[in-house]
Ligand binder design. Sequence first.
Ligand code: ADP
Length: 455
Amino acid sequence: MTLPVWVALLLCAASAAAAALAARRVGANGEGEKRPKAPGIALESTLREVAATIAARPSRPSDSLGAIVSIIAKAVSADLCAFLLFEEASGELVTQPGAYGLSSGQEGSLYRLPLNNDTSSSVRVFKTGLSFLTGDAQSDPRVISHYVKLWKCHSLMVVPLTLEGKRVGVLRVGSFQKDFFSAEHLRFVELLAEEAVVILGGALLTQKLRETNQRLEELNRLKDEFVSTVSHEFKTPLTSIKGFATVMLEGSPGPINADQRKFLTIIQNACDRLTMLVSELLDISRLEAGVRMEMQEVSLEEMLRVSQENLQWQAESRGIRLSLELRDSLPPIQGDPRWLRQVVDNLLSNAIKFTPKGGSVCMRACLQGDAVEVTVEDTGVGIAPEDQPHIFQKFYRARSQAPLNAPGTGLGLAIAKTVVEKHGGRLWFDSQPNRGSRFYFVLPTAEAAARMQRV
Ligand code: ADP
């Protein structure tokens, strides 16, 4: 069996680390350093084991940390061993899951130390980068006695973990016996930590990315909740404002003059724009939250006809010809009619909105193999090449349409694309400035969708 390249690289890193250690052990005069022998500790084989452990669990950094502490503990016959990594968000050193000698759930197994707690030996080691060794932590005033007593720890070593010049945490190694660790043990653990942290770098980075990701997801959830709550709260007062403006325009409470009519019409239009914004904000947050499509058989043909009828007056009032061409008789598709209607309405109303007076808009639909293809074509202002990559982004409105001053939120196409994709379809466009645009979408026929579900 051949090893993946990156596993081989990790193992090479372990060998290189061991070679570096051997080199460091030999002094300038070629003689080995004088230090007491700590029996049974072998850096090279321990590092190899660490590298192999990380290689075996590439996607589970917390598992790797748990396995590594037990390898280190066994190498120095320790009873306790834990990584405490610095968590930037809280400014604390946090004991990593899987600490050796502590069962999960035991008091202190998820021990956190704020960096302002200078009575802690771990915090001092983290801040100064100087290792710490004591033969009896329980009676040493430089150690917080509560936890060492709880864990029955007497001998204690704490060494810094530094990655690319930056302190990332500490490694704590303990024994139930007094005066168990020598200076040689401490040096061994320091070297091990120095090399292991390099090998661990990728795993630590993954962990950090995961934490950042979780935080971003949480912020995103809060943002969605905020948008959704505010939008709901907007709906009721908006309906009242628009309702009362309409009643006054109809003259029910009494006659109004020309200025009053003008102002009330402005209020009504502003309400329509706000209502549109609120409803699109709610739609996009529902889609992003993963709203379920209520699938049923839908006749696209009928949907296109209804949409054409509904928007005919708008096209006529702007002097635009609106037509519908159906080449084939279309089979039903499987979809959520409420959301699909929104796709069709959005493409059609955009085509009308972005086409100057005298232009034309044509909707076509045909069968293309197992899918129905719908095209909405206009002879309007088109979309400039520099705007084209962005128009499906939320809130993006092309600069090229600015002179038209068409109302809108920049959310319609983002919604339409998401809806079509949720139906297993695709939405795209081509466009030339001042020549017009063509928006297309395809959706699988109901029969094809059912066939795909059976596979
Ligand atoms: P909105 O229409 O509310 O601005 P959309 O998301 O529906 O938002 O569209 C985003 C942008 O894409 C529009 O502002 C416009 O610049 C451009 N666009 C969409 N459809 C067309 C079209 N048929 N012709 C020209 N530009 C278009």
